[in-house]
Design a protein around this ligand. Sequence first.
Ligand SMILES: CC(C)(COP(=O)(O)OP(=O)(O)OC[C@H]1O[C@@H](n2cnc3c(N)ncnc32)[C@H](O)[C@@H]1OP(=O)(O)O)[C@@H](O)C(=O)NCCC(=O)NCCS
Length: 149
Amino acid sequence: MAELRRLTPDDWADFRDIRLRALADSPDAFGSTLTREESFTEDDWRRRLAGPVYVVDDPTPVSVGGIFDNAGRPHVWGMWTDPAHRGRGHARVILDALIPAGTGAQLDVNVTNGDARLVYERYGFVGTGEVEPLRPGSDMLIERMVLVG
Ligand SMILES: CC(C)(COP(=O)(O)OP(=O)(O)OC[C@H]1O[C@@H](n2cnc3c(N)ncnc32)[C@H](O)[C@@H]1OP(=O)(O)O)[C@@H](O)C(=O)NCCC(=O)NCCS
């Protein structure tokens, strides 16, 4: 049975595993890269778990997402579900756990990532039209979305 779990810094090896799977599976969905994060140390992984990161276990992690404070606004990052487990509501469960009620949470989505955009729109996010490069030097664009209502 699928279960939600908040990761602590001691869960760094679990996090490393699912995060590297996410970066390998969906290189255009994230600002960071597999090459960059493969060189992270245990301390780097532990630091990334200082803020809220949740996984869904089935029975090991199959879905992940985190949130951090971006100049006073909660910013969702790192959303990924193993392809064999998509469409089962795991991302929704993680967003529910991550996002404090009533806050105008935000996130960035690749403008070509129609599947993720649909998931976020069903959740209540709307596109702002603000775009910027996926990462410095990239010709791919991400668009800021904000949660309304
Ligand atoms: C985006 C992603 C995390 C969604 O994960 P998921 O666990 O499959 O999402 P859920 O099953 O919770 O879906 C949430 C909602 O979107 C709907 N949905 C899911 N996939 C969909 C699709 N391809 N088309 C339309 N709707 C879809 C679900 O039915 C659900 O709606 P509901 O709760 O109203 O019934 C996953 O597709 C993924 O990992 N994509 C690759 C990485 C990525 O793009 N990450 C986002 C970076 S911004």
